[in-house]
Design a protein around this ligand. Structure first.
Ligand code: FAD
Length: 375
């Protein structure tokens, strides 16, 4: 609860995005009140795979991803915590020649657009970077500066740093209603009424409903990506590995446990903060791991879980000014790949709020791309 009832900026959502925007607004001298209905990092931002990946991003997202990567590489300077970030690279493994050909075309296309972070690798380099990958895989693509971090630790580090710089963080305080009255946003929670000229919708899977309550409808659904983790195994891989054809992302921690994800979905029940796992689909993940990493045939799964996330119809976030209301900014719909973007997105959002513009090209993420009329 806050004694403060007004600020320059109100933020709904205490995931990595809301906390990062709170921090960057505070760094720019803006006063901020952030509301989180549970605790910071309770949802997608605290339970994800921690993949810090520029690799295989949609072209529209690459500039923001690169901007974010610059912050990840020196994250302790920003949040006074290294967030468990390690930069061991991420590799897209091609399972056959046809997949390698697609990878080759993508890397060539990115080069023409001026992006050099993705590099085509042959079977030999693949084996050097990830000796445990099945010998049948002919190569892949590496993004060498990519890596992984510890999601809850990172989100809470952003929250703590934002609070240390003066942002008011109200956890366990749900925004029940937002309205725009005389050019000012009014947010009502069980503890009071708050006002600001700027409202940031960083409400994750609940962001579509918040936008709709202000008359702005987005094509968004709620999903529940699942993860599994094994008991400790001997150390056998450093980079994060992903596949294109079959859904898989794969990472070994320093303690030997192996995290297996890649996008198989359970069922989300956002109104109850709950998910239901789909064990059949998890078995498909396990089979993929069995095929690509023979060493994993002796692995034991310790547990599995899912997180609640918003997926947009085109798999890209709604990021930028509202198409309806001056002072409203959307920052949600990260479609299961928003953790890496968090640090940079907060910086760009604060820049937009403070200056009205940004040098980072984000046009392809604009909420305005959805032409649908208000519902
Ligand atoms: C299992 C899984 C694995 C993933 N793996 C990766 C990965 O490896 N790499 C990657 O880049 N991304 C990954 N992602 C995606 C990433 O986690 C999300 O895109 C990102 O965390 C979204 O952050 P957010 O701040 O937008 O949302 P959230 O973390 O969901 O935060 C939104 C917050 O808003 C709060 N809120 C909502 N409504 C209100 C309200 N009315 N009042 C107050 N608070 C409210 C919610 O309680 C929530 O805490 C994964 C996601 C999942 C689920």
């Amino acid at each position: 609860m806050s004694e403060r009832r007004s600020a320059d900026v109100l933020i709904v959502g205490g995931g990595i995005h809301g906390c990062s925007t709170a921090l960057h607004c505070a760094l720019r001298g803006l006063s901020v009140i952030l509301f989180e209905k549970d605790h910071a990092g309770r949802h997608a931002s605290g339970v994800n795979a921690g993949g810090v990946r520029q690799l295989l991003r949609d072209v529209a997202e690459i500039p923001l991803s690169i901007a974010s990567m610059e912050l990840w590489l020196n994250i302790a300077a920003l949040v006074e915590d290294d967030c468990g970030f390690v930069s061991e690279g991420q590799i897209l493994v091609a399972e056959d020649e046809a997949e390698l050909e697609i990878a080759r075309a993508r890397v060539a296309d990115l080069r023409l657009r001026g992006f050099t972070h993705e590099e085509l690798i042959d079977a030999r380099e693949l084996r050097r970077l990830a000796p445990a990958v099945a010998e049948t895989c002919p190569g892949g693509v590496v993004s060498r500066r990519d890596g992984a971090a510890i999601p809850l630790r990172a989100t809470q580090a952003f929250k703590r740093r934002a609070a240390a710089l003066g942002a008011v963080i109200c956890e366990n305080e749900r925004v029940e209603r937002v309205a725009r009255e005389s050019g000012v946003f009014v947010a009502t929670t069980p503890r009071g009424v708050y006002r600001a000229p700027v409202l940031v919708n960083a409400a994750g899977a609940w962001g579509g409903a918040l936008a709709a309550s202000l008359g702005e409808v987005f094509p968004v659904e709620t999903i529940a990506p699942m993860l599994m983790i094994t008991t400790p195994m001997p150390a056998f891989i450093r980079p994060v590995v992903i596949l294109r054809g079959r859904k898989l992302s794969f990472k070994q921690f320093d303690n030997g446990t192996v995290l297996i994800g890649g996008g198989h979905l359970g069922k989300a029940i956002p109104e109850e903060n709950r998910t239901i796992l789909d064990w059949r689909k998890l078995a498909v993940s396990a089979q993929t791991v069995w095929d690509v990493f023979p060493i994993m045939r002796s692995a034991t799964i310790a547990r599995a879980w899912a997180g609640i996330e918003a997926r947009m119809a085109d798999d890209l976030p709604a990021f930028g000014p509202s198409r309806l209301h001056e002072g409203l900014f959307h920052q949600f719909g990260f479609s299961a790949h928003g953790f890496q973007l968090g640090p940079g997105a907060g910086a760009v959002m604060a820049e937009l709020i403070a200056t009205g513009a940004t040098n980072t090209p984000i046009d392809g993420l604009s909420p305005a791309r959805f032409a649908r009329a208000p519902g």
